[in-house]
Design a protein around this ligand. Structure first.
Ligand code: CA
Length: 253
């Protein structure tokens, strides 16, 4: 059996970081074979022989006054450990708001055991004996789920020439200066910026912005377009952004 000192190291710094896993397992042969197998898959492995060491490595304390929290992405946790057992460690981590994903490994495979593990705050449960391929697949799945949770989607920003529109913030900038638009003006401009150069008829704009049940005159559109031009165009009577397409309607650009 290889010792941990001989675990393969990442080939280079540009290698994609799959994640750092803390394996908590007291039986040395199992610990080393799992650590070696996952390191070969490209994971960065840390190991702990008991629950208190793991708690310390995760930045938790028995008195809930922790300081630093190292960069551990996933915990693989054996249940039968000397001293603090796996379930108690799991409970304590969650109680201290340490929400690192936890995959429980256990020889206890009854449904009640699995339910107890998951209710204690674990994210997944694998019964011994298991294959390395299954363990690797579950680690990857948990890390993917965690990444999806922590990465916030980037806000979609619409850009047309010098105009920038932030749909979620409802803000418009012209050459970097914020422009104050009414809600209707904003929604009309957003409609145009979503499909630059598309021609929109007055009726289509009414449908999109006011809805089918709008009772007013479609001259309302012309009025709003004029107001937007006054705010965006250097010369509103010779617009360069919101142009009139005679006989059809309006177009951006
Ligand atoms: Ca054990």
């Amino acid at each position: 059996m290889s010792s941990l000192a001989l675990l393969p190291q990442p080939q280079s710094d540009i290698r994609v970081r799959l994640g750092r896993i803390l394996l908590v397992e007291d039986e040395v042969l199992i610990r080393e074979s799992i650590a070696l197998g996952l390191a070969e898959e490209g994971f960065d492995m840390l190991v702990a022989e008991d629950g208190l060491t793991a708690l310390d490595m995760l930045g938790g304390t028995a008195t809930a006054s922790r300081t630093a929290r190292p960069d551990i992405d996933l915990v693989i946790l054996d249940l039968m450990l000397p001293g603090m057992n796996g379930l108690d460690l799991c409970r304590l981590l969650r109680h201290q708001s340490i929400n690192t994903p936890i995959l429980i490994l256990s020889a206890k495979g009854t449904e009640a055991d699995r339910v107890l593990g998951l209710e204690t705050g674990a994210d997944d449960y694998l019964t011994k004996p298991f294959g390395m391929r299954e363990l690797t697949a579950r680690c990857r799945a948990l890390l993917r789920r965690q990444q999806a949770k922590t990465s916030t989607p980037e806000e979609k920003v619409l850009q047309f020439e010098d105009i920038t529109l932030h749909p979620e913030e409802c803000r418009v900038f012209l050459r970097g200066e914020e422009v104050s638009l009414s809600p209707k003006e904003f929604r009309i401009l957003e409609l145009f910026m979503e499909q630059p150069r598309r021609v929109w008829s007055r009726d289509q704009i009414i449908d999109q912005i006011w809805g089918h049940d709008f009772m007013g005159d479609n001259k309302t559109v012309d009025v709003h377009i004029r107001w937007i031009r006054e705010k965006l165009e250097i010369d509103p009577s010779h617009p360069t952004y919101l142009k009139t397409v005679r006989g059809f309607g309006y177009r951006l650009g």
